[in-house]
Design a protein around this ligand. Structure first.
Ligand code: GDD
Ligand code: MG
Length: 368
């Protein structure tokens, strides 16, 4: 069985982070995001090949994953000449498929039991099965109404506030029958959410819901990108090195090749990657993630922030609740706070003050 990962979007809501790093490979701790999706696919022995459907910066992604050798899955790449939308991309990538295929949005993280989703699809002899997840506010997603027997009655992408009739949304995970792909126009943008799924309902096809109440997040905004790190550190999503710990929130993870000088303070949960130096008197506060080859200088403070590789935070600078790209330079005594997002190679001069729009602490996840 094959799986198609839709990983061709431009990641506009995650800009400027995605200017040089396409969304499917933004780091979550020290691993590119797609690794976490491949981990889930690997749990289903029947899935032997993953087709990465790409458009934006495909070379960066191909270089990282190659033919999939290390991951234990065979990986193929299909690069659209121009973005074909979510349905156009499925048709383009799945042209030669003759059996049921698993399709994943390339930005969702979940622990759903995929084998059970596939089993339901077969049992119901469905043309399409989609995973639904409950969320507090469906407006940023595809709202999906079902009947008592789990048949999909209505699919409404990005509903307006007065159109919200239920809490279940499209989790971006499907099992599809390739015979239905003929209805997707060739070589023009076509949306799976706005056109393909509504067409299944209109034709009264067997279109089935699998509701999953476990962990689920779409990492596609800076807030959610920070949230997913927090959820791993709190043990809500299970991933190394926090998974399995009796009290993950107390872990101060320092990679073997990192150097934390005497007199530096680490407060858990936090994560410091290889070859990073934390100088005496610096403080790494809770929910901080520091990438490789960073320098955190004397008396600098980092709290609740994600710092990508090769970034320097100079003496007495403060970084709170913010995300810094690669190779940034934060000058001495500068303050960066409340949801600032800096792209790669940003330079903030000494004594500068940058304050973002976020004044609230991150919400804790609603599940589990
Ligand atoms: N190959 C390819 N080509 N991939 C694409 C294209 C395209 O033209 N457009 C989008 N994608 C990929 C993105 O990279 C992403 O992985 C996935 O398709 C979904 O696109 P997003 O832009 O992230 O959509 P969204 O988050 O607003 O909404 C979608 O996901 C929600 C769940 O997170 C919809 O499927 C919603 O219905 C759903 O609730
Ligand atoms: Mg998304």
């Amino acid at each position: 069985m094959k799986a198609i990962l839709l990983a061709g979007g431009k990641g506009t809501r995650l800009r400027p982070l995605t200017i040089h790093t396409p969304k499917p490979i933004v780091p979550i701790f020290d691993r590119p995001f797609l690794h976490y999706q491949l981990d889930l696919l690997k749990r289903v022995p029947e899935i032997d090949e993953v087709i990465l459907s790409l458009n934006y910066q495909p070379r960066r992604i191909e270089e990282l994953f190659g033919d999939g050798g290390d991951s234990g899955l065979s990986i193929k790449y299909v690069v659209e000449p121009a973005p074909l939308g979510t349905a156009g991309a499925v048709r383009y990538a799945g042209e030669s498929l003759r059996e049921s295929v698993v399709v994943f949005n390339g930005d969702v993280l979940t622990e759903v039991d995929l084998a059970a989703v596939i089993a339901l699809h077969r049992e119901r002899k469905a043309k399409a099965t989609i995973v639904l997840t409950p969320v507090d506010n469906p407006s940023a997603y595809g709202l999906v109404e079902t009947d008592a027997a789990g048949n999909i009655q209505r699919f409404l992408e990005k509903p307006k506030p007065d159109e919200i009739t239920c809490e279940t949304i499209n989790a971006g995970i499907y099992v599809l029958e390739p015979e239905t792909f003929e209805r997707i126009p060739k070589d023009m943008p076509w949306s799976i959410e706005r056109s393909f799924f509504p067409s299944l309902i209109e034709r009264d096809e067997t279109f089935v819901a699998y509701v999953d109440r476990g962990y689920w997040i779409d990492i596609g905004t800076p807030e959610k990108y920070m949230q997913v790190h927090r959820d791993v550190m709190d043990g809500r999503f299970h991933a190394a090195p926090f998974a399995g710990a009796a009290s993950p929130a107390s872990i101060t993870w320092v990679a073997p090749g990192a150097r934390v000088e005497d007199g530096a303070i680490l407060e858990g949960p936090c994560f410091i990657d290889d070859a990073t130096i934390v100088k005496a008197g610096a403080r790494i506060g809770p929910y901080s993630v520091i990438g490789r080859h960073c320098h955190i200088e004397e008396r600098a403070v980092v709290e609740g922030s994600i710092v990508w590789a090769n970034t320097r935070i100079s003496q007495e600078a403060v970084v709170r609740g913010s995300i810094l790209g690669r190779h940034c330079h934060i000058g001495r005594n500068a303050t960066i706070q409340n949801g600032v997002v800096l792209g790669d190679k940003s330079v903030i001069t000494d004594h500068s003050r940058c304050t973002g729009m976020s004044h609230q602490p991150l919400a804790t996840s609603h599940r589990p």
